[in-house]
Ligand binder design. Sequence first.
Ligand code: HEM
Ligand code: HEM
Length: 242
Amino acid sequence: MTVPAENVGVQPDVGREQTRDGYERVYVWDLIVRASHWIIMLSIFTLAGTGIYIGDPFLIPSGATNEQFVMGNVKVVHSYAAIVFTLTVAVRIGWMFVGSYYARWREFVPTTARRIRDVFGMLKFYLFLAKKPPLNVGHNPLAGSIYLLVFALYLLMIATGFALYSVSADGYMEMWNFLLPLFGGAQMARWIHHVAMWFILGFFAHHIWSAMLVSKVEGMGLIDSMFSGYKFLPPGWRNRDD
Ligand code: HEM
Ligand code: HEM
């Protein structure tokens, strides 16, 4: 999807329609944001499922050979999912710099006074000190900052994954060998790769819960918006995130 030159770096004014209660239907998440979110989610499920098996191959009795070569097949699936994951994460990170307004890095790093204030407003809401969360058009600034950490975890998975790959790689993939000392060797890289997975899965549990909660209290169609791209916003919110 290409963003028209006049829309790069500006809040979108396209696709706005009045709904019955006066709320406006506003196009917030472009196709790259939505597609990358769901592709990354599916690849994580595949990587976690196969990864847990790689770490604990429960189908093969210890020391026995296996005619079906289960581990080999599981590793092939892990490798292909890793390629999809790595490329999609790279595209999404690049899109933070050239994508549409709400796809940009400012959604993740709170830079304006209002967004910094809203980080604390959101914390208050989660700590039961406020009844309503601060409302935002794009990501709420606390969620945005957490997503930044999630992207850092993605990069850690990719770096430790390629370091592990280089251990048994034959050919040009051996070049990722230089990453191993950075993680303190193969076993340490393996441990970090494994533990970081549980951080991602832990985030996932929280993320679903908070997406449902915030979707309900905001009443702006948050979860639906990750599918359709549209949120329902009070009138006159065009410059809310400036
Ligand atoms: C969110 C993404 C990922 C998750 C959840 C994940 C999960 C796992 C887990 C749990 C293991 C087993 C670790 C252990 O021994 O206990 C593993 C192994 C491995 N992963 Fe990943 N992984 C991910 C991404 C990647 C990526 C991007 C690569 C890049 C090539 C990769 C390559 C590998 C390799 C090479 C192994 C070791 C296989 C072996 O022991 O021969 N992974 N992964
Ligand atoms: C492994 C699973 C998942 C991970 C790692 C994940 C991660 C993320 C990340 C990084 C973002 C920011 C997206 C961006 O701007 O590119 C995001 C946004 C979002 N995700 Fe997920 N997600 C997962 C699953 C889900 C599921 C199952 C749902 C549906 C219930 C969901 C609903 C949303 C929504 C509604 C947003 C926008 C929320 C906001 O503005 O703060 N996600 N997610």
